[in-house]
Design a protein around this ligand. Structure first.
Ligand code: CTP
Ligand code: MG
Length: 229
């Protein structure tokens, strides 16, 4: 297996409401995207990494990555209007020899090396894998302020990243998707009829979405990696 990673870092962070996209804001003194990038750079089974960044950020990010000596970063590409478009562009920039692709949200800085290993191990057996955690709370379908119904949480899981697939599967899923837009690679693979397997994610693997998430992420970082904060 020859694994490449796509780091999706081309969003605008509209819910964050900050002029700088959230993945470039600092978390514990380091830009958010560099936290997960380092985990992939240091992971022995990851061969190369392609980053998708917003238009205009390519040169800056490449310079930062080179300054830090992150040698696995093969390319920094300009992302698209949707996450799907960003990942598709990055997919084309992976070297020909890469046969397994992991996709990760740059907005999830707290992944562990063990989680990456778990997803990669599962990818040796299955063609498509995502990590997810079981829903803990009761789920309500709400319209306006009215509860329409309660959705039993049994069997409901929250999808996280990294997600991954055999490169051929992912490329085929993109071909079949055409103009339809999906929110993650797993959904794209499912729609193309590929079976997606689940491995256990981590509750600390939060996606930075709103300003308050930075405080939570710093607390988790301090608990897990006291030397880094
Ligand atoms: N992403 C991307 N290209 C896009 C949109 C999103 O690469 N066109 C990336 C984001 O940078 C992020 C991940 O996909 O790392 C998950 O997306 P999300 O958390 O929704 O980030 P944003 O789209 O930036 O935030 P928002 O939806 O609040 O605008
Ligand atoms: Mg978004």
């Amino acid at each position: 297996m020859r694994a490449g990673v796509i780091l999706a870092a081309a969003g605008r962070g509209e819910r964050m409401g900050h002029p700088i996209p959230k993945q470039f804001l600092e978390l514990a003194g380091v830009p958010v995207y560099l936290h997960s990038l380092r985990v992939f750079e240091d992971h022995p089974r990851v061969e190369e990494i392609v980053l998708a960044v917003p238009p205009g950020w390519e040169t800056r990010v490449l310079a930062q990555v080179r300054d830090l000596g992150l040698l696995k970063v093969r390319k920094v590409v300009c992302g698209g209007d949707t996450r799907q478009a960003s990942v598709e562009r990055a997919l084309r920039a992976l070297s020909a020899g890469i046969d397994t692709v992991l996709v990760h949200d740059a907005a999830r800085p707290l992944i562990s090396r063990e989680l990456v290993s778990r997803v990669l191990e599962a990818l040796e057996r299955y063609g498509a894998v995502l990590c997810a955690v079981p829903v803990r709370d009761t789920v309500k379908l709400v319209r306006e302020d009215r509860v329409e119904r309660t959705i039993p949480r049994e069997g409901l899981w929250l999808a996280q990243t990294p997600q991954g697939a055999r490169r051929e599967w992912l490329e085929e899923a993109y071909r079949q998707a055409g103009q339809r837009v999906f929110t993650d690679e797993a959904a794209l693979l499912e729609a193309a009829g590929f079976e997606v397997r689940v491995v256990r994610g981590e509750n600390t693997n939060l996606k930075i979405t709103y300003p308050e998430d930075f405080r939570m992420a710093e607390i988790y970082l301090r608990l897990d990696k006291p030397d880094k904060v």
